[in-house]
Design a protein. Structure first.
Length: 127
């Protein structure tokens, strides 16, 4: 009797494990079953690589801004917007940080970037 119960538990465990394996294999995304991405989807993915998924800041522009700040650790991203001009983007980032006197000020920088997220030139900036 004791061995019969152990055998049933063992068989049950094997069936449960087999079911979980089938479930996992069946839920895997097969590239042969998925439709190819459109040019628009590929472009959106390419552009999104230049932006933070967390706060939406433009990664290279934020790095450039911090490098020019009096206190880079005080950088606080407020908002980033961009305009898609076909072969490049115009990106405007608004941010806060401390000035040389310790006061918190809000500034913005507008820059031209390529589609891969590299800053090509700073166009203008302001308070």
């Amino acid at each position: 009797m004791k061995y019969g119960m152990q055998f049933r538990r063992h068989i049950s465990s094997v069936f449960v494990l087999g079911f979980l394996i089938l479930l996992a294999v069946g839920s895997m995304d097969s590239s042969s079953n998925s439709k190819p991405k459109t040019q628009e989807e590929l472009r959106k993915e390419r552009l999104s690589d230049g932006f933070s998924g967390w706060g939406g800041s433009h990664l290279a522009l934020a790095k450039l801004i911090k490098a020019g700040m009096n206190n880079p650790e005080s950088y606080d991203h407020v908002e980033t917007v961009y305009w898609d001009n076909g072969d490049h983007l115009i990106v405007k980032t608004t941010f806060r940080g401390t000035n040389a006197f310790g006061g918190v000020v809000t500034n913005w920088v507008r820059a031209k970037t390529d589609l891969d997220g590299n800053v090509l030139e700073v166009i203008d900036q302001g308070p």
